[in-house]
Design a binder for this molecule. Structure first.
Ligand code: R1X
Length: 241
């Protein structure tokens, strides 16, 4: 069956799918796979399929923000994905977690709008524990900082006039902020599949992003290489369980 928005055929989508925001990053991830081939590039959704150590895996970009990403997650699940791992970037809340650190998201604060059109308030956006364990164990096998914990999913990237309660999230121990995980976790729970996410921190969430945001540094690029490796090794671990 052809998925209308991703333009991929369900026969080509394996159990394991890595998702990332940037179509260019999807291509970078595909280069780590054996026998990689591009399946489609439709809107912001670019999909490749290949294998990692004999395990079939696809990679799809989901763009920026929960509503667009949700379209991607829903179609991947309809196409047959059983485990989806987001490989992304996020802003840090803690000086001890500078740019280049990794965070495995165990759950997301639903500070976005999309999931309120899917499930009632109070429904958790929570990762699958096996996926979290595989990501965290794989990350510990690499050099560099990694933490696991709660992240927050926002809709707004650049600030407007409304206050985003960054201070309260930080006081409540939220590690990092990004824009798609709540959608992924809620949709995965609703549709009965496993999901998890690993993030590279690319700056500080409470900075003035309009002035200070620059994710194009060597430190971030190296950490993205590391998180891609971690995510693919997590797929290998999960497939062996
Ligand atoms: O999730 C966030 C969003 O997709 C992280 O990076 C993007 C904004 O630059």
């Amino acid at each position: 069956m052809l998925m209308p928005i991703l333009q991929v055929h369900s026969e080509d989508i394996p159990d394991y799918v890595i998702v990332c925001g940037d179509p260019q990053r999807a291509e970078i991830i595909s280069r780590k796979l054996d026998s990689a081939r591009e399946l489609a590039f439709s809107r912001e959704y670019r999909t490749f399929a290949g294998e990692i150590q004999g395990v079939p895996v696809a990679v799809t970009s989901h763009g920026v923000g929960s509503p667009g990403a949700a379209v991607c997650f829903e179609e991947l699940i309809r196409a047959g994905a059983k485990t989806i791992i987001r490989v992304g970037t996020a802003g840090s809340y803690f000086a001890e977690l500078p740019a280049g650190s990794l965070v495995v998201s165990t759950a997301a604060v639903r500070a976005e709008g999309l999931t309120y059109q899917l499930v009632p308030q109070g429904y958790p956006a929570v990762a699958d524990s096996q996926v979290v364990d595989a990501l965290y164990a794989s990350a510990l096998e690499t050099d560099g900082l990694v933490r696991k914990g709660i992240t927050v999913t926002l809709d707004a990237f650049f600030a407007g006039v409304e206050e985003i309660p960054h201070k309260k999230y930080k006081q409540a121990g939220v590690l990092a902020v990004e824009m798609e995980i709540a959608a992924l976790y809620v949709i995965a729970s609703l549709r009965g599949i496993r999901a998890g996410a690993i993030l590279v921190l690319d700056g500080f969430a409470d900075a003035d992003l309009a002035k200070e945001y620059n994710p194009h540094t060597d430190i971030v690029a190296q950490a993205v290489e590391r998180e891609i490796h971690v995510a693919l090794q997590a797929v290998v671990k999960l497939a062996a369980e």
